[in-house]
Design a protein around this ligand. Structure first.
Ligand code: SD4
Length: 326
C-alpha cells in the first residue's frame, strides 16, 4: 500500500473503528485489576503510520483493558483493512497467489503464541492468543493452524483482494518469479501496549514479504525476532526484511540490551547497527525497530529514513518520524 501521509504530532481522535465481529463479539476481554498497584498512564506504540489501530488500542487501555487484549484489538483493525497490502485481508500473496499470514503475541507473564503461514483466516493475532491459551503449544503452522482456527469458530475467507490480485498478476509478468525484496515492501504492524497496571504486552501481524516463495515465514511470528516482551525490562517489535531480523534475533537482542542498562533508543540503534555491520555499503532492504522499557521510555530506529511509528498516550495519537542510519 502507499504510505499514508505522515502526520506530525496531530491529535487524532476517531470514533469507534471497523473491527470485525469476531473480535468485538467473542474476544474474551479481561479488565485489569490494579488492586493496590499505582495506576500508570497507559500507552501504545506501533510500527508505521497506523492511527486507527493505535487509537483503538489506546482507548481500550484507557477503558481499563489489559495490554494483551488491547494490542490484539488494535492490530485487528489493520488485519481487516483491505487497503493494507502487508497485513491480513488484502495482503499481498506469495508468488503462487496464496495469501499466507503470520502473527504472534506475548503477554506480561512471558506467555506467547504464534501462527505461521495461515490461509483464509483474517485475525491471526487473536488466533495466536488462542494458541497461547487453548493449546499446550506455542506455535501452530499452516494447515494445522487453519484447522485450529476453524475449530475455534473463525470463519474462512478469501484474503486475496481484487487489487492485490491485479498487482500480483502484474508482478508475474514482470517479476521473473523472483521474490521481491526492497525498501518499499512494508507495513507490517507490530504493537506494544502498557496498561494501567503497568504491564507490557505486544502483538505482531503480517502477510510477510510480497511474492515470497511458498512456505516462506519471516520474523514477525517468531518470538524473540519479530516481538519480545519481558515485563521486568521492556518490549520490542520489528518490521522490515524478516530474514535479517531473524539472523540477529532482533527483538530479544533489544530487550536484553535494555536489561543491561541501555535505554530503548540506544538499544534499537545497537540492534540496527548489528545488522548493518554484517553488510557492506548501504543495504537495499529496510529493517526498523520500536521499543519501550518499564520506565515508559520509547525508542525507534531504522536502516532507511522512510520509517515512522505511531504513539498514543493521554488521548493524543501521533505519528513520529524515526531516526535512521541512512
Ligand atoms: C517479514 N517482517 O515477513 C515481515 C515483513 C514486514 O512490513 O515487516 N513488512 O519479513
Amino acid at each position: 500500500m502507499n504510505r499514508r501521509d505522515f502526520i506530525d504530532k496531530s491529535s487524532l481522535l476517531f470514533p469507534s473503528m471497523l473491527v470485525s465481529p469476531k473480535i468485538i463479539g467473542d474476544l474474551d476481554v479481561k479488565k485489569i485489576k490494579t488492586g493496590n498497584k499505582r495506576i500508570s498512564s497507559p500507552y501504545v506504540i506501533s510500527t508505521w503510520n497506523v492511527p486507527e489501530a493505535n487509537l483503538i488500542a489506546g482507548e481500550s487501555l484507557d477503558k481499563n483493558m489489559n495490554a494483551i487484549d488491547a494490542a490484539i484489538r488494535g492490530v485487528a483493525y489493520e488485519e481487516a483493512n483491505i487497503k493494507n497490502t502487508t497485513v491480513g485481508n488484502g495482503g499481498s500473496p506469495d508468488r503462487d497467489g496464496n495469501v499466507t499470514l503470520d502473527a504472534c503475541v506475548m503477554d506480561e507473564n512471558g506467555n506467547c503464541g504464534s501462527v505461521l503461514a495461515v490461509e483464509n483466516i483474517v485475525h491471526v493475532a487473536a488466533l495466536a492468543k488462542d494458541v497461547m491459551e487453548k493449546t499446550p503449544h506455542v506455535i501452530l503452522a499452516g494447515k494445522g493452524a487453519r484447522k485450529f482456527a476453524l475449530d475455534q469458530g473463525y470463519k474462512p475467507e478469501n484474503l486475496l483482494s481484487p487489487e492485490s490480485k491485479i498487482d500480483w498478476l502484474d508482478w508475474l509478468e514482470k517479476g521473473n518469479y523472483n521474490p521481491k525484496i526492497n525498501v518499499e515492501n512494508h507495513d507490517t504492524i507490530g504493537m506494544l501496549c502498557r496498561d494501567k497496571a503497568g504491564n507490557l504486552s505486544g502483538a505482531c501481524t503480517t502477510s510477510g514479504l510480497a511474492y515470497k516463495m511458498q512456505g516462506r515465514v519471516g520474523d514477525s511470528p517468531i518470538i524473540g525476532s519479530g516481538l519480545f516482551i519481558d515485563n521486568e525490562v521492556g518490549g520490542a517489535v520489528a518490521t522490515g526484511l524478516g530474514e535479517e531480523v531473524i539472523k540477529t534475533v532482533g527483538s530479544f537482542l533489544i530487550v536484553e540490551l535494555m536489561r543491561n542498562g541501555l535505554n530503548p533508543q540506544e538499544a534499537c540503534e545497537k540492534a540496527i547497527n548489528r545488522i548493518i555491520s554484517k553488510h557492506k555499503g548501504k543495504p537495499n532492504f529496510q529493517v526498523a525497530y520500536i521499543a519501550t522499557n518499564k520506565n515508559g521510555e520509547i525508542g525507534a530506529y531504522s536502516i532507511h529514513n522512510d520509517f515512522s511509528y505511531t504513539f498514543y498516550k493521554n488521548q493524543t495519537n501521533q505519528n513520529i518520524k524515526s531516526k535512521s542510519v541512512f
